[in-house]
Design a protein around this ligand. Structure first.
Ligand code: C2O
Length: 534
């Protein structure tokens, strides 16, 4: 295995999109940022140097960080931020993983422009479990605001209202021509007739689940969140912030220019950025100009399209890549996830929108939780996070009176190697809404999902314990639930949160603390000497 070195200079870069310019925070002046390339079991060292005025940290989304929580990146969870003028070397090994993941800033809303792809190739000599593509392309989907993104969220926090939605979506950094800026060029994906390509698709948007489609071509899904799946064909990909999908695209047409489109999926009455991002699939030999074969993505409330896509996902579960679903469960948990309202005398309505897990709105600590755990520093967190909602009620009904949540820095403690079943139940206190929940430090199996309230007597009988999809970010359906299972085989402190950044900011987050095991390879490694201080 190799050791791979990268240097991330975090710098401001003046950037023009939607016919207007602003300075953005970038890695090495690029948007999207540079791609990390490694092979399974390689070690990656990334030296991050902070040249901007913001505190900073970077997360390697989906990298399991086995025993190396110090390199995970969420600010105040596993590390104090890298202060302006300081640097930190993230040092981790990609143990037993291959596929597409991504990295992003994990503090404030900086990840809007500070993100990029991670490509993990299989070990040398190990083929993909599908025909080798002619070429591979990275497709990063994102969102763009004309105004300063930090100002957008700070204004919302002050007013207690929802932040402004973005002004456009982007495909590899480009929105494509839109009515308010028709001159702007979109991304071009060049192909040769008859060849097969693998697209490594990443949803790096802050707040929007997306549909993705290419005119006149079907896509074969082969991998989700860096785990192989049973291949299936689809016209439309559904991808939530945090998720990744590898798809095969065969250039079955002789020639031409085909539209590539990305637009929001949101089946709740919530404002979204309705601008479709476009790019062009361009057959070699065709004259260069805009796409001539068009398509449209499903309407934003096309729940059926999203459900069909999700229901098609199955682990490959081959001899080489078995799905090791935990069958015996040590912790059976039910977490409600949703929005609420807390009093705020200085806010516009005298109240602010908040979000919670089991009615706890998570309060960020001043010291990193992993440091507090490792060095036994008291008073930073309590390990009393409730394993069940305070009072069971009709979660998905909007006819509730008590909107208010409690606050705290409460963690849920797991013994090393214990097994967990976690049902994530959306609530409808204000409105039901989709919540892409991301768990750091683990992959999990999504064993079941449904609409309405989870029924503990009936629903588990229908769980798929054979070949459920394995992933790191799961979309809790609007007004419904999903059940996941994982083994707590990674000691440390592991963040879990909604990957809609606005919901994280509002408090839809919590953390698990997993104790060390007894064996020599079951403890957190000691912290590196350059670990940032708070
Ligand atoms: Cu992709 Cu905690 O994040």
């Amino acid at each position: 295995c190799m050791v791979r070195h990268y240097k991330f200079n975090v710098v401001l870069k003046n950037t023009t999109k939607l016919c207007s310019s602003k300075p953005i925070v970038t890695v090495n002046g690029r948007f999207p940022g540079p791609t990390l390339v490694a092979r399974e079991d390689d070690t990656i060292l990334v030296k991050v140097v902070n040249h901007v005025k913001y505190n900073l940290s970077i997360h390697w989304h989906g990298i399991r960080q086995i025993r190396t929580g110090w390199a995970d990146g969420p600010a105040y969870i596993t590390q104090c931020p890298i202060q302006p003028g300081q640097s930190y070397v993230y040092n981790f090994t990609v143990t037993g993983q291959r596929g597409t993941l991504w990295w992003h800033a994990h503090i404030l809303w900086l990840r809007a422009t500070v993100h990029g792809a991670i490509v993990i190739l299989p070990k040398r000599g190990v083929p993909y479990p599908f025909p080798k593509p002619h070429k591979e392309e990275i497709i990063v989907l994102s969102e763009w605001w004309k105004s300063d993104v930090e100002a957008v969220i700070n204004e919302a926090l002050k007013s207690g209202l929802a932040p402004n939605v973005s002004d456009a979506h982007t495909i590899n950094g480009h929105p494509g021509p839109i009515s308010t800026c028709p001159s702007q060029k979109g991304y071009t994906l060049p192909v040769k007739s008859g060849k097969t390509y693998m697209l490594r698709i990443i949803n790096a948007a802050l707040n929007e689940e997306l549909f993705f489609k290419i005119a006149g071509h079907q896509l074969t899904v082969v991998e989700i969140d860096a785990t192989y799946v049973k291949p299936f064909k689809t016209e439309t990909i559904v991808i939530a912030p945090g998720q990744t999908a590898n798809v095969l695209l065969t250039a079955t047409r002789g020639a031409g220019k085909y539209l590539v489109a990305a637009s929001p999926f949101m089946d709740a009455p919530i404002a979204v950025d309705n601008v479709t991002a476009t790019a062009t699939l361009h057959y070699s030999g065709s004259l260069s100009s805009a796409a001539t074969t068009l398509t449209s993505t499903p309407p934003k409330n096309a729940t059926v399209v999203a459900t069909n896509f999700t229901n098609s996902l199955r682990s490959l579960n081959s001899k080489q890549y078995p799905a090791n679903v935990p069958l015996k469960i040590d912790h059976s948990l039910l977490f409600t996830v949703g929005l609420g309202v807390n009093p705020c005398p200085t806010c516009v309505n005298g109240s602010r929108v908040v979000a919670s897990v089991n009615n706890v709105t998570f309060v960020m600590p001043k010291t990193a939780l992993l440091q507090a755990h490792y060095f036994n520093i008291g008073g930073v967190f309590t390990a009393d996070f409730p394993g069940n909602p305070p009072v069971p009620f009709n979660y998905t009904s909007t006819n509730q009176t008590n909107f208010q949540t409690t606050t705290g820095t409460r963690l849920y403690r797991l013994a090393y190697n214990s097994t967990v079943q976690l049902v994530l139940q959306d609530t409808g206190l204000i409105t039901p809404e989709n919540h892409p929940l991301h768990l750091h430090g683990f992959n999990f199996f999504e064993v079941g999902r449904g609409l309405g309230n989870f029924n503990p007597n009936k629903d588990p009988k229908k769980f798929n314990l054979v070949d459920p999809v394995e992933r790191n970010t799961v979309g809790v359906p609007s007004g419904g639930w999903t059940a996941i299972r994982f083994r707590a085989d990674n000691p440390g402190v592991w963040f879990m949160h909604c990957h809609l950044e606005v919901h994280t900011t509002w408090g839809l987050k919590m953390a698990f603390v997993v104790d060390n095991g007894k064996g020599p390879n079951e403890s957190i490694i000691p912290p590196p000497s350059d670990l940032p201080k708070c």
